[in-house]
Design a protein around this ligand. Sequence first.
Ligand code: SAT
Ligand code: MN
Length: 603
Amino acid sequence: MKRHDILDARSTMKTATTIPAGFNEHARRWVEECATLCQPDSVHWCDGSNEERAELTRQAASQSILIELNQTAMPGCYLHRSNPNDTARTEHCTFICTPTKASAGPTNNWMAPADAYQMLRGCFAGSMRGRTMYVVPFLMGHPGSPLAKIGIELTDSLYVVLSMGIMTRMGRIALEELGDRDTFTRCLHSVGECDPNRRYICHFPQDNTIWSYGSGYGGNALLGKKCLSLRIGSYLGHEEGWLAEHMLIMGVTDPRGQTTYVTGAFPSACGKTNLAMLTPPPSMAADGWKIETLGDDIAWMYIDGHGHLRALNPEAGYFGVVPGTNRTTNPNAIEAMARNAIYTNVALRPDGTAWWEGHDEPAPAQCTDWTGQPWTPNSGRKATHPNSRFTAPVTQNPAISPLWDDPSGVPISAIIFGGRRSKTLPLVVEAFNWTHGAYLGAMMGSETTAAASGQTGVVRRDPMAMLPFCGYNMGAYFAHWLSMQKRLAPPPRIFHVNWFRTDEHGKFLWPGFGENLRILQWILDRCHGRVDAVKTPIGWMPQPEDINLDGLEIDRARFEQAQAIDREAWRKELSTQEELFVKLGGDMPKELLFERELLLSRL
Ligand code: SAT
Ligand code: MN
């Protein structure tokens, strides 16, 4: 089925609209088709101006979509309360709609495109009656960059419009980039009746189309983020020879003044945003160590004319987890969200400021919880949703890299994979080579919350932290990773880290947060050939004296415990990897099977 056959173009748009200059004929025709389907009362074409933002914010406040926070303490900040049934991504409602099931692969939900369009047409039909359809042009990536992608999102949610205005380069800038072309991602979104049983996030990579129905939550509804930049992006990366990754990008400046850029992939709840915005411990800051953030969630990586891997962040904002964020854990995030931020599902104090579990200030005697109910510390429930979020412009991060806006991105020296593992996985290990590194990434896993409730951690495999975000067959994705090597001169070094290993009493062996810079220091030393390493069965590991422990409370013995290789535990680890290999079956590249065999024999 062709894209323009999808909609019944015979009926006319309910409301005639004047199309503002800048929208090309392809965009105009598609908007008309979608308006005919969704039947909004009116259509608002966004230009992305400050005046428009002010006016839409005012409207959102008057409709109680946004609650104005205390403007003296938190200038430009607003609170949004979502439907309590709509607080996180819904992977079971997320579909990759490719012509064959095999091209979506065994790790994705699949629907035949024609079936998905038909089912969703039923959902969208008349879904915007009584509402406004906002036309939101947006740019992922930098103007002028060959990797930049243009999307137009049609949505009936003002919260989505205002959030897209923070998370992307939104408005005229996108239309100027588009010009007369038809090559924009067609993103259709409606909150509909916000019913979890009628919620679908469908991707049509071959049509460059995303249809999302029934949710207003970030990853489900801000379609530039996971849907375009990762799912459609990874598909395009496979077609065009680049990588769309669920990775932070950061610059680490050493006391010599040299800045080295690294990317890192971590599953949710492993401190990706904290690492991207890391504050050096005082002793290292005094020596001249500095961190700069380029991105905290998504990296697009391509190989330049010299064979170097370069990375850029296609987003323009952060959509970060709020609980646990404070001046100790992440002072840069606190600064970034201090103004012009949208808070979703946090608590509201009587003075009109926001509060959350893990805030710098203690729990208020009383406040309004994330659902709008009165709350006191004795309520027996949390005041904020554990997945409550802030949305803030990247430019408000005091540690933003001066190169964040450079369309050519930054050259990457190291790629770091990591997960939350209480046992087995060492604090840091370096892969022997690119293929071994891809294997480390492919076998990444993180412990489920079962670990927190005292049971032995259940490890969920999350290859390269892309399990929910790979827009095509995971086996083909691994093969694509492996194939990059021949074009890389030299390939970046690949590391695996685990900040979460515990001792026999369940205490963390490593302090984490800012102290993780000590591990980054070793990673940089390896990248620049400044230190030797010890060859072990699982990879290159630091000689203990090469890790800077000055001013830390932990001694060498404890560090060595964090690095210990328990061969028996490793053999078990390899047997639990079996599940993923079996699931991917014949799609699994044989290089990764060999890596596993090699590791087994080294052990
Ligand atoms: O998917 S979201 O972008 O909403 C949040 C996340 O899981 O990173
Ligand atoms: Mn993410």
